[in-house]
Write a protein of this length. Sequence first.
Length: 210
Amino acid sequence: MTKGNRLYMPKGGDLRKSLISECHDTLWSGHQGEERTYALVQRAYYWLQMRDGVATYLHTCLICQQDKADHQKKAGLLQPLPIPTRPWESVSMDYMSGLPKVGDLGSIIVMVDPLSKYATFIAAPKHVTAEGTAHLFFKHIVKYWGLPKDIVSDRDSRFTGVFWTELFKILESKLSMSSSYHPQSNGQTERFNSMLEEYLQHFVRGTQKD
């Protein structure tokens, strides 16, 4: 039996539970929250009280209960930044460290466009330098979106000075730096850091080798 393009799932057995599991537990679904999981299930299936079934399943998901990161806002006062007028006019940059080392890689650089909320996650060496960050920034951001007007980051001024110098060497430009740097923590990349951390925790094995 169908309802529009959606297939009705009868009560009984573990079929409904298996469908919810497919839309929540797998690598492609990534243990998302209730709304996202419900949206994935109801896209192709339907049954009465589906949302309640999804909520019950998520509340009993052991992995989610163990791995959910703390989303409490940190104390502190931040000045609001101007709203960009176009995508990638501004970039929020942050680093995730303390990850299991795989080969030469041991950290992730998180780049977020505040306007579109598009995020890029870049694997990097554990102790990535300012020069190394500049080369990765050019390869993954500038090459596709152009040079931003400003960057939001919490790195110190010495690090960012070396970063910009190296970036302009890559661009073969001797122009003075016109873009600005905002040395402050920002919720934009922190939220993406938390999401990525949760995803990795869900699927990395206990040996932390994958």
